[in-house]
Write a protein that binds this ligand. Structure first.
Ligand code: SER
Length: 322
């Protein structure tokens, strides 16, 4: 029976991954951790530890305490926040990865999941159907940490036999936990504002096309790559992963089909430059071939699900407070 630790479990992806892993491995075999108790839902629904991803000894003690064999390292500072705090982003994103890779190298754990991102690509990368192996000159601190992290993952696998697996997540869209500090966050905020205000001011321009994915697909990809036999994982840096690509204008049109009065206006800020440096679409043939990756949600199905779930969330909050 596998014993799993999720570091950064309170975040957008970590929180939903934790619930899924509890379903798979059983509540007593999954330990969620984060630097604060702020995600109450997570803290109250299973085993939870306060853990600073920058603290090697704290991670080591937690692994020993629970006899952990698999770590999902989901803590990171994302692209927009990283540009405001470059050294903090470097410090958190790199040191947490080294701590976990070194614990795997020392034999304290057997398996590691660490997410990479489309941010590893930059303005010189071919932006349409970006290949798995291509030019990578990221211009954000976040992108630099993810690119360097990928190199270290591959190095630890080749040199020390560490079983580390990684995905280049596109922008992830979900309704349970808000994302924080990313450039793709507009695609989550827009759904909330569509329900609460019927209007949204977008911080990217209307034609900014980016690769995106619904959370359920991202969680499935994560679980699938971790469950695949080791020999199927031929890429030990990180796999390209794709589902849908759209612009804010196309997303607004998809929302308008369900909420006709919805209005969007555009006021691009510093995140526009980050978005412009990233691919528009991704070629993920290697993931589809090597471990049978498939996505299920298109723009319409995702929009329907997002609006349905958020509507009932806001309705029940209103009911609760009245
Ligand atoms: N969603 C991330 C960001 O916008 C990209 O991996 O920073």
């Amino acid at each position: 029976m596998s014993k799993v630790l999720i570091i950064g479990a309170g975040g957008q992806i970590g929180s939903e991954l934790t619930h899924k892993l509890r379903e798979i491995h059983g509540n007593n075999n999954v330990i969620a951790s984060d630097i604060s108790f702020s995600n109450k839902d997570l803290v109250n629904s299973g085993l939870f530890e306060i853990l600073d991803a920058k603290d090697y000894n704290a991670i080591k003690n937690c692994i020993e305490k629970y006899n952990i064999d698999t770590v999902y390292l989901m803590a990171a500072m994302l692209s927009a926040t990283g540009e405001k705090h470059p050294m903090m982003a470097w410090d958190l994103n790199m040191n947490s990865l080294f701590h976990v890779l070194n614990l795997a190298k020392e034999g304290a754990i057997k398996k590691v999941f660490w997410p990479s991102s489309i941010a590893v690509f930059g303005p010189t990368t071919p932006s349409i159907q970006t290949p798995q192996h291509t030019i990578m000159e990221p211009t954000t601190v976040y992108g630099i940490t993810k690119q360097v992290g990928e190199r270290w993952c591959e190095y630890y696998h080749k040199q020390y036999g560490v079983d580390v697996r990684s995905l280049r997540y596109p922008g992830i869209i979900s309704w349970k936990t808000m994302p924080g500090g990313g450039t793709t966050d507009y695609a989550v905020e827009i759904y909330h504002k569509a329900i609460t205000d019927k209007s949204y001011e977008c911080f990217l321009s209307e034609e900014t096309e980016l690769p995106m994915m619904f959370m359920d697909d991202a969680i499935n990809a994560t679980v699938n790559i971790m469950q695949a036999p080791s020999e199927a994982i031929k890429i030990r840096s990180a796999y390209n992963l794709a589902a849908i690509s759209f612009t804010p204008k196309e997303l607004a049109a998809a929302i308008k089909r369900f909420i006709p009065e919805f209005e969007i206006n555009y006021n691009p800020d510093f995140r526009q430059k980050i978005a412009d440096s990233w691919p528009k679409s991704i070629d993920d043939t290697s993931a589809r071939t090597d471990w049978n990756w498939k996505h299920h949600y298109d723009l319409k199905a995702m929009t329907l699900e997002m609006l349905k779930q958020l509507k009932s969330k806001y309705d029940s909050e209103a009911e609760f407070s009245s």
